[in-house]
Structure formats: structure tokens, C-alpha cells
Design a protein around this ligand. Structure first.
Ligand code: F6R
Length: 605
């Protein structure tokens, strides 16, 4: 995810762009930049890290209006996908006389780059975006017509993108295009003339204008301060007045927004890391697994559940022994740390005190360390030998959702990557798994029907003396995660349990007031889990089964779709558990985003 902004008008453009970028900072903050028309010159400012670093660089700019009393500018906040976070890779990208900011991916940038290099264009960054500006100049050099050059350029681009482009030849215009990635445009009339605002979401526009167009895919156009033209008819809406509402993109809670955006963010987690044939992790040594006899994973809470899931995948695929530890236990058990162990910590925040200390212990003992983390430049990423970012974007809901799905997908890719290095899987198998990975985003989509079903069911699960979430294999840690979600935001007692273990004690609790949420995937030990659920049903527990296969003993049944792989079933069931917990919490009148007694980042022991 990245964010873009643009402005034409007579106010202080740099201030408007910087404030707009701050509203979009949650979309990515590894670098930022702006290009502004200052008097009659276009100035570019870029900075690594947060927007405040850019703000400091820009602070001396007084943004002189041109002779028509006008200023213009475009800006970008980046979440690196192609190319590391460096100033050269930061947007705006520039050619000889034009400047572009872009949110999305140009899928055919490699082919275009080859063509443009042959035509004599010089590239300075490793990004996909830079081709846009060169392509524009390639066509402009032929026609000397900016509108024609822009139209030719956008015809050549494949992928998902929203673009703002300015050029020295017509410095009072912004050319724009939306395809896949979001773009909103707002217009305001003042005594000194019209103003046009552009942004990736409506939060930066609120307070500046009343009317907004949320562009549809395929719409392009050009803006000056006195005209705004579109390639096709658009419809104007009224901007919301509450920023809080806008930041939630219209969802009721951050948690809900974050559940819904999982299918997009896992796409980001995979970006540049999968091709048809292989998994690529530029962040880790290709031979990191060489000489390794054990993989140890350490984490807390939801990240620990992603770790248990990964332990099944790592051991199954790499054939290397893998075990998982809760960081707060690991620290004090006087663990035996051997140098042939690969030590992986998982953390959304990168700041959890127990996980951080465990990482320090492993590092001190000379183990190779890797952190799977959502926050770059956090304490853990500064210590670990290698960092793999999950790219979930900022998670605001205290109950973790998209952190878990992105961690799981990244860990699954790591398991495949290590397995290939280790020669424990064949190329053909890897290619098939990559095809499955590509289906993860659609498995995480929240269907209206499913949400409605969870909403309706939620009213039946408000009381009783407790919940057991049960599953086997990777559905066991998923059951743990489902139970944790419910506990955190509904304050109801819930336990996650391995389904086969119920008969060794907990089944004594079975009665109609004991709710069993049974995860019954088609492609992972279906018959075994079915028997376990039958045992509970025979003892009168109330069963809510989640499965693609009809199950007549269920009191309530949530039917999932027929997926071809157990991991796709895993992600679909994850969404069910998240939505069900949220709806139960809503019915109980709890604060979904800020549940009592909890904090987003636990930096104390
Ligand atoms: C649960 C939750 C917590 C965190 C745990 C670890 O929804 O958010 O259990 O998973 O505190 O935090 P990180 O991943 O930041 O180390």
C-alpha cells in the first residue's frame, strides 16, 4: 500500500500535501516525497522514513505562487514493493521534464523498461513506477502534446495503479488515471479561484471541500484550477465530515476494516516474492537453512498462533525439526540454544518486550535470527540478522486480524522457500503450491452472505458457560486464534483445543450450555475431526460447525466454499472466526476496537 495526494490552487501547496500525506501515513511510511511548482520551477523533496522527516526538509519552502497566483503539487508516501526504501526509489519519480506519483503495481514494467532502455532512456531507481515517466516522455518527444502523450502512456500500462503526473511543459495541469488502486478528487471554490484536491482516500480531503468524485476504474483526466475533465462521465458525492469515519473507510470499526482489507494486504505480502516458478526472499541469505538442524519459533499472543501454524508447515515441508515457544516462558526456562538452530521471532509491532528479550538471548548465543514483523525500524528489526516484513499496513484494532493472516502467508512462503533450498520438495510441487498461494486473497474475501450469517448466529452465543474452539493440524492453532479473538472483544470464556484431546478431560464439561465451534475442513483429517465432534454432540454440547461439507449433527452450521487446499480453507475459516467474534462483541455492546484491559503493543514484561 502507498498513498498519493495532489493539489492545484492558491494556498500553501507544500503544507496541504504534507498534511494530506500524514492522513495517509497508515498506508506506508518507509519514504515520502513531493514535487511542487514553486514560482515557475518544479522543486522535488524526498525523505526516508516517516512524513515528519519530509516535513523538516520542506519547512524552509515558502511556496511562492506563480504569476497566475497559482501553485500545484503531487506527493506520495511509500510502502516499498519494488526496490528497497531509499531516496532514489521514493516518489515522485522524474524524467527530464515530468514527475509522477503512483500507487499500485505496473505488472509489465520489466518489458517496458527494456523497450525504453533501448530507446536511450536512463533509469535511476529499481521501481516499477519510473517507467511511467519515461514512457510519457517517449511519447511526448514524438507528439509534443502532453495530453496525447499521457493517453498513449496509460494505454501501455498493465496492473493496478492510480497515477498523478505533472510536466514542465504545462506546469499548471495535473494528469490523472485510476485503474485498480483508489483515487478521490475534490473541488472547492474560493474567492481567489477554484482548488482541486487529489488523494488515495477521502481523509486528506475532509475539511477542504464538500464535493468528491470517487473515480471508477479506467477513468483518466486532466485538471487545472479552472477546469476538471474526465475521460467519461463521473458522479459527484458529498464528502463525509468526520475524519474518524473516513479513516475507517466507512466501516464501523477499525477491526472490521482490517478484516475486510485482508485480501488486499496479503497481496502486498506476496508482491515481488513469488513468480510462477519460485519463492523469492531478497531479505534472507539463500543458504540460511544450510547446516540448520532445528528451527525454533518464539512469539506471543496472536503471533504465537501464527508460529504454531508455521511449525506444522516448516516441519512438513522442510523436514527440519521445528518447535514453538511462548516468549515469556522461553526467557526463563534456561533454554538450550545450539548454533545449528535457526531462531525465528514473529511480532506485529516488533516491540513486544518478551519476544524482544528472547530475540536478544538467541542473538547473544550466536544463533542465526530472523524476525517476521509488520513494523520496519522497530526494535526487533534492528536486532535480528534478517527481517521479513509482512506489509499488513498499520493495524489499529487492538484485536489482531490482518497481522495474523499476513504473518501466516509469509511463514508459509518461508517454509516453501526453505524446503526448496533444502531440496525437500520438488519444483513441480512448489509450482503447484505457488498457484495455491495466489488464491489466498480470494479466500480472505468477506462475502456479504457469510457476514450476514455470522451476524444472525451471534445472538445465540451470548451466554452459556463457555466456548471450545476445536481443530486438528493447522486448524488447532486456528482454533486457538478464534478463541483468543472471542475472549479479547466479547469477554466470554473461550478455549482453543486440539480436537483429539477433548476426550482426555475437557469433554467432561460437555452439556447444552457448552458451545463447541468445530473447524471441519475437507482437506485436513476430516473423518478424524468428525468423530471428535460426534463425541461432543453425543454428550449434548451445542455444536456450531464450520465446514464445506454438510454435517447433520450441527446445531448451527456455517458453510464454507469448496476449496482445493487445506490452507485456503484455513484462511476462509479465519475470516468466519474473526467476523463471528466481532458480531458477538457488537451484540454485547463492547468496545470492539479498544477492549478493556488491553494495549496494542505490550512493551512491559
Ligand atoms: C491479540 C493480540 C496480541 C498480540 C501479542 C503480540 O489480538 O493482538 O495477542 O498478538 O501481544 O504482539 P506482537 O505481535 O506485536 O508481538
Amino acid at each position: 500500500m502507498c498513498g498519493i495526494v495532489g493539489y492545484i490552487g492558491c494556498k500553501n501547496t507544500s503544507e496541504i500535501l504534507i498534511n494530506g500525506l500524514k492522513e495517509l501515513e497508515y498506508r506506508g511510511y518507509d519514504s515520502a516525497g513531493i514535487a511542487i511548482l514553486d514560482n515557475d520551477k518544479i522543486e522535488v523533496y524526498k525523505a526516508l522514513g516517516k512524513i515528519k522527516n519530509l516535513e523538516e526538509k520542506v519547512s524552509h519552502n515558502e511556496c511562492v505562487l506563480n504569476k497566475d497566483n497559482l501553485s500545484i503539487g503531487i506527493g506520495h508516501t511509500r510502502w516499498a514493493t519494488h526496490g528497497k526504501p531509499t531516496e532514489l526509489n521514493a516518489h515522485p519519480h522524474l524524467g527530464e521534464y515530468s514527475y509522477v506519483v503512483h500507487n499500485g503495481i505496473i505488472e509489465n514494467y520489466k518489458e517496458l523498461k527494456v523497450e525504453l532502455l533501448e530507446a536511450g532512456h536512463k533509469f535511476v531507481s529499481q521501481t516499477d513506477t519510473e517507467v511511467i515517466v519515461h514512457l510519457f516522455e517517449f511519447y511526448f518527444n514524438q507528439s509534443n502534446d502532453a495530453q496525447d502523450a499521457f493517453n498513449q502512456t496509460i494505454k501501455r500500462l498493465d496492473g493496478a495503479y492510480s497515477i498523478l503526473l505533472i510536466t514542465k511543459s504545462e506546469p499548471t495541469k495535473i494528469f490523472f488515471m485510476k485503474h485498480g488502486s483508489p483515487m478521490a478528487i475534490a473541488k472547492n471554490t474560493t474567492e481567489d479561484g477554484d482548488e482541486i484536491y487529489f488523494a488515495s482516500s477521502d481523509a486528506p480531503l475532509i475539511g477542504h471541500a464538500k464535493d468528491v468524485v470517487y473515480l471508477e476504474d479506467g477513468v483518466s483526466g486532466v485538471a487545472t484550477n479552472s477546469s476538471l475533465s474526465f475521460s467519461e462521465e463521473v458522479s459527484w458525492d458529498t464528502l463525509p465530515t468526520s475524519k474518524q469515519y473516513a479513516q475507517k473507510d466507512g466501516y464501523r470499526f477499525f477491526m472490521e476494516k482490517e478484516i475486510y482489507e485482508q485480501s488486499d494486504v496479503v497481496t502486498d505480502s506476496m508482491l515481488g516474492r513469488i513468480s510462477d516458478e519460485e519463492i523469492i526472499f531478497d531479505e534472507i541469505d539463500a543458504n540460511i537453512i544450510e547446516g540448520i538442524n532445528e528451527i525454533k519459533i518464539c512469539a506471543c499472543g496472536t503471533s504465537y498462533h501464527a508460529g504454531i501454524t508455521a511449525s506444522y508447515l516448516f516441519e512438513r515441508l522442510t523436514k527440519v525439526r521445528c518447535n514453538v515457544e511462548i516468549a515469556s516462558e522461553f526467557r526463563y526456562k534456561e533454554p538450550l540454544l545450539k548454533k545449528d538452530t535457526l531462531f525465528i521471532v514473529i511480532s506485529q509491532s516488533g516491540e513486544t518486550a518478551d519476544t524482544l528479550e528472547a530475540l536478544k538471548m538467541a542473538k547473544k548465543a550466536g544463533l542465526k535470527t530472523v524476525v517476521v514483523c509488520n513494523v520496519d525500524n522497530s526494535s526487533m528489526t534492528r536486532i535480528a540478522d534478517a527481517t521479513i516484513l509482512t506489509r499488513a499496513g498499520i493495524e489499529k484494532g487492538v484485536a489482531s486480524t490482518k497481522a495474523f493472516s499476513t504473518q501466516t502467508v509469509v511463514l508459509w512462503m518461508m517454509a516453501l522457500y526453505f524446503a526448496k533450498q533444502n531440496n525437500s520438495i520438488e519444483s513441480e510441487f512448489l509450482q503447484k503450491e505457488i498457484q495455491v498461494l495466489r488464491e489466498v486473497p480470494s479466500s480472505l474475501t468477506v462475502e456479504d452472505k457469510l457476514h450476514e450469517k455470522c451476524r444472525r448466529l451471534s445472538k445465540r452465543y451470548l451466554h452459556g458457560h463457555g466456548f471450545f474452539f476445536i481443530g486438528r493440524d493447522v486448524f488447532y492453532p486456528l482454533a486457538l486464534e478464534g478463541a483468543l479473538k472471542l475472549k479479547e472483544i466479547s469477554y466470554l470464556h473461550a478455549e482453543g483445543y486440539p480436537a483429539g484431546e477433548m476426550k482426555h478431560g475437557p469433554i467432561a464439561l460437555a452439556d447444552p450450555e457448552l458451545f463447541t465451534i468445530a473447524l471441519m475442513p475437507e482437506h485436513s483429517h476430516y473423518d478424524k475431526i468428525k468423530s471428535n465432534v460426534e463425541e461432543l454432540s453425543a454428550r449434548d454440547s451445542t455444536i456450531c460447525a464450520i465446514s464445506p461439507l454438510d454435517f447433520e449433527l450441527a446445531d448451527d452450521f456455517i458453510k464454507t466454499s469448496n476449496k482445493s487446499h487445506y490452507m485456503l480453507e484455513f484462511f476462509e475459516m479465519l475470516v468466519v472466526l474473526q467476523v463471528l467474534s466481532m458480531e458477538i462483541s457488537v451484540r454485547l455492546g463492547n468496545d470492539v476496537d479498544m477492549p478493556r484491559n488491553l494495549a496494542k503493543s505490550v512493551t512491559v514484561e
